[in-house]
Design a protein around this ligand. Structure first.
Ligand SMILES: [Zn+2]
Ligand SMILES: [Zn+2]
Length: 360
């Protein structure tokens, strides 16, 4: 099959013919309809996330079940599915205690690009194992455990459901499972990318009060307004900290830009007793300064959020999309072929896109 392979960080991604074998026990072979391009993919391409190479990235996968392995219970050939970027084993302590978004087996294999049993389903033509980073969706086919999958109803256009697998799922975790937003709360969202604009939509749907969106790109802020932000701020033009001095702090600040300086900014925007939810992923070696005296005296909680639970939350999110409470289509700014993946990466890095779909 054709796959978009990264051989070396910062080099161009090449489309080539590779071997795929499986599905094995508990796994499903998916014919990919579309895979969304996320900033986490770009982190791999640039070496900011030290994933092993050669690698096929792509973790917002929607497609059709082509084949199933032994013991697959819930899916059959022809089912339309969306995959979570987290692929839970279903057996580790975190999985069995209701925190499968922190599956220990998945996290142990993630950078290696291996399946949950530690082996590889993809190989280069010369026999070298080809790593699949969080799914390997930039290809014609992908093999995923059934635990990662949710069926997509006919009312939803399959391609557009791809966005639910990371941007949507992360937004669900940030606002519902981790953020526990209550009706009427004032929430600040930093970063108007695919995740940030998904968060804005969910905040509106679950009844937050003021939704204040901060970014540096005006057209993204405009989009945020259309999707439910009550106030938008371009932080290049407005002194954000001063602005909040005038109106008081926020109950919750969600940082989706994945930058140390905006995480620092979040600490200046949250009110006493408020919470900061971290969802944007900075480079693996980035660190932030924490002012313990401020956190302790002001009772500020910093809550990291890794996606949401694939088998509990992704079906709920699909239902929100089906009933019009979350619109993945609003995030999609273009479609590219596998061969055009490098151009899609440039568009994302240059602030010209939110979510582009890569169509194999
Ligand atoms: Zn992602
Ligand atoms: Zn697990």
């Amino acid at each position: 099959m054709r796959a978009a392979v990264l051989h070396k960080y910062k080099e161009a991604i090449q489309v080539e013919d590779v071997e795929i074998s499986g599905p094995k026990k508990g796994e499903v072979l998916i014919r990919v309809s579309a895979t969304g391009l996320c900033h986490s993919d770009v982190n791999v391409f640039l070496g900011h996330t030290p994933a092993e190479t050669p690698v096929v990235a792509g973790h917002e996968i929607a497609g059709v079940v082509e084949d199933i392995g032994d013991d697959v219970k819930d899916f059959r050939r022809g089912d339309k599915v969306v995959a979570s970027f987290i692929q839970p084993c279903g057996r580790c302590r975190n999985c069995v205690s209701g925190r499968e978004n922190l599956c220990e087996t998945f996290i142990a294999n993630r950078l290696r690009g291996a399946s949950l049993d530690g082996s590889y389903r993809l190989h280069l033509r010369n026999g070298t194992p080809l790593k699949a980073y969080m799914g390997g969706g930039f290809a014609e086919y992908a093999i995923l455990p059934e635990t990662a999958l949710t069926k997509v109803p006919d009312e939803l256009e399959l391609k557009k459901a791809a966005v639910l697998g990371c941007a949507g799922l992360t937004a669900y975790g940030a606002t519902v499972t981790t953020g526990r937003v209550e009706p009427g709360e004032r929430v600040v969202v930093i970063g108007a990318g695919g995740v940030g604009l998904s968060i804005v939509q969910l905040l509106k749907s679950i009844g937050a009060g003021e939704i204040i969106l901060i970014d540096v790109i005006d057209w993204k802020l405009e989009k945020g307004k259309e999707l439910g932000a009550t106030t938008t701020i371009n932080s290049l033009k407005t002194d954000v900290v001063n602005f909040f001095k005038g109106i008081g702090g926020a109950d919750m600040v969600v940082e989706s830009a994945g930058r140390p300086e905006t995480i620092d900014l979040a600490m200046n925007l949250v009110k006493i007793g408020g919470r900061i939810v971290l969802v944007g992923i900075p480079p693996a070696d980035a660190s932030i300064g924490i002012r313990p005296a401020t956190l302790i005296r002001r009772g500020i909680q910093i809550l990291p959020n890794h996606g949401a639970r694939p088998r509990t939350d992704l079906p709920r999110l699909v239902e929100m999309a089906r009933t019009g409470k979350y619109n993945p289509e609003a995030l999609i700014t273009g479609e590219y072929s596998l061969e055009e993946l490098n151009e899609a990466v440039s568009a994302l890095l240059n602030g010209r896109s939110l979510r582009t779909l890569i169509i194999p």
